[in-house]
Each structure stands twice: as structure tokens, then as C-alpha cells.
Design a protein. Structure first.
Length: 400
């Protein structure tokens, strides 16, 4: 039987308090990347009770290729080098890694929820393949691919390490080395290009920081989040008539023609007028990073509540195609995409803090939860399964 993660976390904090009084505040919470121990226990209980949306998402996850008991590993390349060019040309192991990383996470979740060791074995097989054999990334999108993968790999690693899954210490060490020597050097300095790159880098750094118990790296990532988020998402009351300067800006960065900003476009991002797909990546990475910070006792969510709740509602309305696009927004035309996200932000701002987010609620219920496989393998993976409600809530029948 699985030992309650809540009990183990309490024991870890107790040990820290016995050994050193000042260590209590510094101790990392494990598992603590996107999903906490108490939240995992909560999700497990919801699935057992067949409460929605958890049970339906659990069934989807089991039926998906990501959760298949006979999952077939797709990478890494025999060379150990993943080569990713612009627009995935060339693509030597890029999409394969995306899929494998998401599958490892789903299999880890299914292991924790069911106690079926076959899922744990699958997840361990996947992470070990990359931990032992991934040597480098190459070509122009190498930093972005490293960021995307770095967002997802630590989620699996945290669950496997802290759930008696049978992941051997020597394999954990190899995986840790891969994260620190292959992925981290490509993302540590951030990016001056389009904000979705850096926000994914920040999310990845936070996950790696937690898994490796690196409090300094966590602080660095949180500081970068606090720089990038207010320069990427606009709010007239906080910023005035012009968006804040972007950190590490280079000549590639723009607002894609957006020039007139006022309260009517609160929540618009620097990439909204590029397309809603890249904007969705940014929204997801932003919320994922804030969720990891929340688990570790930090308050990124709260620091940008006004900005991010407006951002969620603004983009949910666009994605729902709820009326014509105002002329002030990208000249009245946007490039649509349907990203399976906003669930994690909604769980924080509505379920925990009580903020009314009607457009986001409708988007989640009408789009995300209706998807057979709510996954964009870069970083959005079955959000309703892990964050359909918050730990401490009773069985959920609605989100009123």
C-alpha cells in the first residue's frame, strides 16, 4: 500500500526542526512540483468516490496513449542528442521527448492514484531512458525544447521519488545529473525573445529547483517570474497606458502590432496578436510556476492576482469566441487555438480565493473538460485531473 504523502511530508519537516531550527523555513515540500502530496491524496480520494471532474479525467488518462500499460518509448535518439530547429525542422527527438515526458507524468499520476505498480514501472522506464541517455540538445530551438521538457520531467520525478515507486537511487542520481547538466544550462539565463520561451524556462527552473532541493535556484526563478509576468500581461491600473519594459529584451520581441492599450484590453499579452496558441503556452507556464511556488509556501499568485485574473478572463472570452473581437484587439482578428489550460489558475483564484471568473469557468467546462485527451504535451497535461478542485474541499459537483 502507498504510504500517505501527507504523513511523510510531516515527518520530513519534523526531522528538519529537530536538526536545526532555522532549517524549517528552508525545507522543500515534496512532492512539490505542480502537485503536492496533500493534493495527490485528495485526487486519489475523489477518484475513489467517482467524483467529477476527477473520475472522468482519470478514465480518460487510463484510456489515452499517455496512460497505456503497454506504452512504447519514443526516444531519446540513439545519439543522445535531441535536435530541434525552428518550427520543428529538423525534429530529431523533439516531439518524441514531449510525448515521453507527458507519458511519464501521466503514468506517475496513475501509479499514485491506483497503486498499480505497472504504471510506476512504466514511468521509471521512461525517466531512466532520458536520465541515462540524454546528452545534449542542439539547433536553434534547443533552449525552448529544454524548457518544455524541464517543465514536465520533474513532476514525474517528484512523485516517483516520494511514493515508494521503486526508483533506484543510482537512477535518481543519473536523472538529477541530466536535469542539472543538460537542461539547466540552456535555461538558467532566461531568454530575451518571445515571452513564452522565458516563462517556460522559469517554470522548468522551479521544478528542477524543487527536485534538487536548490533553494537559491528557486529564488532565482521566482525573481525572474516577477520580472517577466508584469511585462508580458498588461493591466491598465497597474501599468498605465504602456506595457512595462521587457527584461532581457532583444530585437525579436514585439507586441505584434498592438499599440493602443487601455482598460478595455486588460489582460492582453505581448503574444495575443501573434496567436492564442503561444499565449496559451505562456498562461500555462505562468500558472504552473505559481502553483509550484504556492506548494513551497511562496506567494507569486497573490502578487499578481489582479493582473492574472484579468488575463484569464480576457483570453477565455477570446477562446470561447464570445462575440466579435473588438477592433482594438489585434485589429479585430485573432489567430485561434484551443489550449487545454486555465484549470490550475482557476483552482487558485476561484476555488481557493473565491474570485468570480465566469468566462474561465465556461471555457474549462465547455472546452477543456470536453476534450478526450486534454493534453498539449509541452506543459498542459490533464489539468482537470490534478486541479479540478483544491485539497480540503468536499466532493465537487459544481464550481458555483
Amino acid at each position: 500500500m502507498l504510504m500517505s504523502l501527507r504523513n511523510r511530508m510531516g515527518a520530513m519537516v519534523l526531522v528538519a526542526s529537530v536538526s536545526c531550527g532555522v532549517c524549517v523555513a528552508q525545507a522543500m515540500q515534496h512532492p512539490g512540483v505542480l502537485v503536492s502530496g496533500p493534493q495527490l491524496d485528495f485526487v486519489k480520494a475523489q477518484v475513489k468516490a467517482k467524483a467529477e471532474p476527477f473520475y472522468g479525467e482519470f478514465e480518460k488518462a487510463k484510456a489515452s496513449e499517455y496512460g497505456a500499460l503497454d506504452y512504447q518509448l519514443k526516444g531519446p535518439p540513439a545519439t543522445g542528442v535531441i535536435e530541434c530547429g525552428s518550427y520543428s525542422k529538423p525534429d530529431n527527438g523533439c516531439h518524441a521527448e514531449d510525448f515521453d515526458a507527458s507519458a511519464a507524468y501521466v503514468q506517475s499520476l496513475l501509479w499514485y492514484i491506483t497503486g498499480d505498480h505497472r504504471y510506476a514501472d512504466n514511468a521509471i522506464r521512461i525517466v531512466n531512458a532520458y536520465g541515462h541517455h540524454l546528452l545534449a540538445y542542439s539547433n536553434s530551438n534547443a533552449p525552448l525544447q529544454a524548457a518544455w521538457s524541464g517543465e514536465v520531467w520533474p513532476r514525474s520525478a517528484e512523485i516517483l521519488k516520494y511514493s515508494h515507486a521503486g526508483w533506484k537511487p543510482e537512477d535518481q542520481e543519473a536523472f538529477t545529473k541530466m536535469l542539472k547538466t543538460v537542461i539547466l544550462p540552456l535555461i538558467r539565463q532566461g531568454s530575451g525573445s518571445n515571452g513564452n520561451w522565458e516563462l517556460s524556462m522559469i517554470d522548468a527552473m522551479m521544478g528542477i529547483a524543487v527536485f534538487t532541493d536548490d533553494r537559491d535556484l528557486l529564488k532565482r526563478a521566482e525573481d525572474m517570474w516577477s520580472e517577466r509576468v508584469p511585462s508580458y500581461f498588461y493591466n491598465s491600473a497597474l501599468d498605465g497606458a504602456h506595457p512595462r519594459p521587457m527584461p532581457r529584451k532583444d530585437r525579436k520581441t514585439s507586441w505584434y502590432g498592438t499599440t493602443d492599450l487601455n482598460a478595455s484590453v486588460d489582460g492582453i499579452s505581448s503574444e495575443t496578436c501573434r496567436d492564442l496558441g503561444h499565449t496559451g503556452f505562456s498562461l500555462a507556464a505562468t500558472m504552473n510556476a505559481a502553483e509550484t511556488a504556492h506548494i513551497q509556501g511562496d506567494k507569486l499568485y497573490e502578487s499578481e492576482e489582479k493582473r492574472l485574473t484579468a488575463t484569464m478572463e480576457f483570453h477565455a472570452k477570446l477562446m470561447l469566441k464570445d462575440g466579435p473581437v473588438p477592433q482594438l484587439v489585434c485589429g479585430g482578428s485573432v489567430h485561434y487555438a484551443s489550449e487545454p489550460t486555465l484549470v490550475i489558475g482557476y483552482n487558485e483564484y476561484h476555488n481557493r480565493l473565491g474570485v468570480a471568473l465566469p468566462e474561465s469557468k465556461e471555457w474549462i467546462e465547455q472546452s477543456v473538460e470536453k476534450k478526450d485527451v486534454p493534453v498539449d504535451p509541452h506543459m498542459m497535461v490533464f489539468e482537470p485531473l490534478t486541479h479540478g478542485a483544491d485539497v480540503g474541499k468536499q466532493l465537487v459537483g459544481n464550481r458555483e
